[in-house]
Each structure stands twice: as C-alpha cells, then as structure tokens.
Ligand binder design. Structure first.
Ligand SMILES: [Mn+2]
Length: 255
C-alpha cells in the first residue's frame, strides 16, 4: 500500500506575511516530496494561524497551499482537514472547492489492521480550564454568527491581534514535561482503559513526541512546522515520526 501522512500546526499567516510565505513554499515542497507515495493525507489542525469563513468571503492568502491540495485531491489523494484551535471556523469552502473532508473533533480509523485515534489535541486531558471554556464560546453557533456579521475588516482585525498573542507567534519554546505530566499522554492512557488503539496521533503540542504508552500502543505528537517540519508517516506496517529536510532524496530514490 501507499503511505498515509500526518502533519499539523503550519500556522500559516504567523508571525508575518513574508515568513509565512516562505513556510508555505517549504510545505508545498514537502507535499511535492510525499505526493508519489501518498494515499491519504491528514492535516491535523492549525494549518492556518487564523481562518474564518464568511458566507461569501474567505481570508486572503495561502493560495499555493490551496492550489497544491486541490491538485492532489484531483489526482485521487484523500485529504482530511481537522479543525484546530486556530482554524475551527472552517465551513464548507474547502470541501466544495478542494474536496477536503473536514473533521471537527476526533476521528478513529483503521488501516491495515491498526487502529488510530486522531485529534488536533486541543481541549483534551486534564487542565487548561480557561481554554476549554473559550472553546465552547468559539464553537457556539450564536457566537459564530455574531462574529460573522461583523465586517471582515473588524473581525479579521480582532483575530490578527488575538493570534499575535499566541505562543507560536511569540516563539515560546515548548519543553517535554515528562510522560506522567504530558496531558495528551494522560488522555490517551484514559482512552486505553476503555478501548485499544495502536496509535494516538495529536498535534497542538508544538513538540514532536513519540511515547510508548503500553506494549502495543503509542502516542505520537506530530509537532509543528515553524521549528521542526515534523510529520507522521504510516507505511502499512509501522508509524514513524520524521522530519522534512528539503535536501533529502525522493521516496523513490530511497527505495
Ligand atoms: Mn497550534
């Protein structure tokens, strides 16, 4: 079988236009690199540092990424787009225009006999009560409607200010807290009490992690694309955490 790829937290738009354009080009290079071996692509949230879809208006920019995804989707690659905490206001634009499947919360899949639990990672596990409260407001249809009727100039202005204060914009380095304190590892272990999963894949943490939870279960955090260019790849047998470095040979060249 061909591979399945997982990536998240591109945060396009952050920290500024030029940096984001460079990162977008880097991501498109990566998509070109994986395309020949890619059956399915999971974009697992925070692709955009901010995205809001009005009834008839979408944010400017990110056109090369959208064009590349459209071309891959047209070629038959199945692409999933998870809502992150920065881009949960995706509606049906990407579905209609590109053919992406939008996922709001978790997605459980089985591939080649392996069971995957997939989620952006926001609002899961212990702690972060403030965000969990905000998430309810952000996801509330009435609140979304109220935001949507603001003129885009005002709405996007508020959003730009808000995303400028985020940890990614301020380049705060994430550090590993230890297995017993990593809240997504705690969450995954709780899920394992109820049901078996071979792999838990999350983003949101902004730190690539590969943690053995039990003999048969792993938590892989796919990191982010400002510092790491990290991603997950499942080749039908095993899941690996890899790092994209543009000098590497194509997957065909490696075989
Ligand atoms: Mn993020």
């Amino acid at each position: 079988m061909k591979n399945i790829y997982f990536a998240s937290d591109f945060h396009l738009g952050s920290p500024n236009y030029n940096e984001s354009r460079k990162r977008e080009a880097h991501i498109v290079n990566w998509l070109n690199f994986i395309e020949p071996t890619c059956a399915e692509l999971f974009l697992m949230g925070d692709v955009f540092d901010f995205w809001f879809e009005y009834v008839k208006v979408i944010p400017k920019g990110f056109i090369r990424l959208q064009g590349k995804l459209a071309q891959m989707a047209d070629a038959g690659i199945k692409i999933y787009f998870f809502k992150g905490n920065h881009d949960m206001w995706v509606n049906d634009y990407f579905t209609k225009e590109i053919g992406l499947t939008v996922i709001s919360d978790e997605l459980v899949i089985e591939r080649n006999g392996k069971k995957f639990y997939l989620h952006h990672g926001d609002g899961l596990g212990p702690g972060d009560a403030k965000y969990k409260f905000l998430r309810k407001i952000f996801r509330n249809p009435l609140c979304q409607w109220l935001f949507a009727v603001l003129p885009p100039r005002i709405g996007m202005g508020i959003a730009t200010g808000w995303s400028g204060s985020s940890r990614i914009a301020n380049d705060k380095e994430e550090v590993f807290l230890g297995e017993d304190k990593e809240w997504l590892a705690i969450y995954a272990k709780e899920q394992l009490q109820k049901q078996h999963y071979d792999y838990f894949i999350f983003g949101h943490r902004h730190l690539p992690l590969d943690i053995q939870l039990t003999d048969h279960s792993r938590y892989v955090n796919i990191g982010e694309w400002i510092n790491y260019s990290s991603y997950g790849v499942f080749d039908g047998k095993e899941l690996r955490l890899e790092y994209y470095r543009p000098t590497q040979p194509s997957p065909e060249g490696r075989a």
